[in-house]
Ligand binder design. Sequence first.
Ligand code: KG4
Ligand code: ZN
Length: 341
Amino acid sequence: MDKDIKILAIESSCDETSAAVVVNGREVLSNVIASQIDIHTKFGGVVPEVASRKHVEVIAVVVQEALDKAGVTLQDIDAVGVTYGPGLVGALLVGLQYAKGLAYSLGKPLIGVNHIEGHISANFIQYKDLKPPFVCLVVSGGHTFIVHMKDYGEFEVLGQTRDDAAGEAYDKVARAIGLGYPGGPKIDKISKEGNPDAIKFPRAKFHENNSLDFSFSGVKSAVLNYLNQMEMKREEVNRADVAASFQKAVVSFLVDNSVKACKLKRVNKMAVAGGVASNSSLRETLIKEGKKNDIEVLFPEFILCTDNAAMIGSAAYFEYIKGNIAPLTLNAVPNLKLGER
Ligand code: KG4
Ligand code: ZN
């Protein structure tokens, strides 16, 4: 395609309202993110109804700011890309309705984007020459997947969590040891002062030997049981040791299965995506194991790991060039599966 394609992208699936302008799926002209973390921290987690209302309040301003920062007008845009699932239905609807209104009034194509595909696509922004096939570990607050990305927009899910997402487990354990929300970055930080071998938290086992699935509710319950036992014995809890030991259990599970997935698919490139991809222990361990197994490990920069619209703009571009234009009847799909339209 000779002409540059500029996409205005909108993301509102959880507690970040974000808009971005992205050229040809790789070059970010702007990526404005209005986070609601401060509001939800008071409640110890995301309150869906509050999230929707906050999206409504800021969406117009965020979109305008993204256009201004990119130095473009709505007329310069070739298409409007928007997350339509998975996510909180009320939150998704705010961004989706806004995007549909813009696409209709401008007479420009609407591209519906899967949020998980967006997370994976953050790697196309970070690594300008990255092309499928590769294996991607997607680890966020709501999702944990190992995906074989065979081609643009073509995914095979090799493994996924059977209960809690990795980020969800981080958040719940952080709350239990009194670190507050969002727990991931706090556990990451305090773990550096703890001993990862202090407490042995178990890893879930499945009947199928070769399963690449995950389960994190068991390790979360093991932490809660440990805390209860310590309280009953009136012994003091070393929070750094609990955090570091929990983190070791989660990270080793993520790393082992991701390396197995690369070997299974004979792929020597692994991308990582989602909020938990910011985790320092996950980064270090994956790079170390990657070196041992001749696998190149790729991480987007922090701002592209957590929810943002630039990643949606990248995924929207690859859908656009395939001709995947959405009808204006597109609805929010809270449990949208990867690869499903
Ligand atoms: O991708 P994301 O921004 O939103 C979802 O789509 O879920 O991910 C948010 C999740 C939260 O659970 C947060 O605790 C976790 O990512 N997280 C981390 C770190 N930074 C964010 N988990 C572990 N270590 C981190 N450094
Ligand atoms: Zn996300």
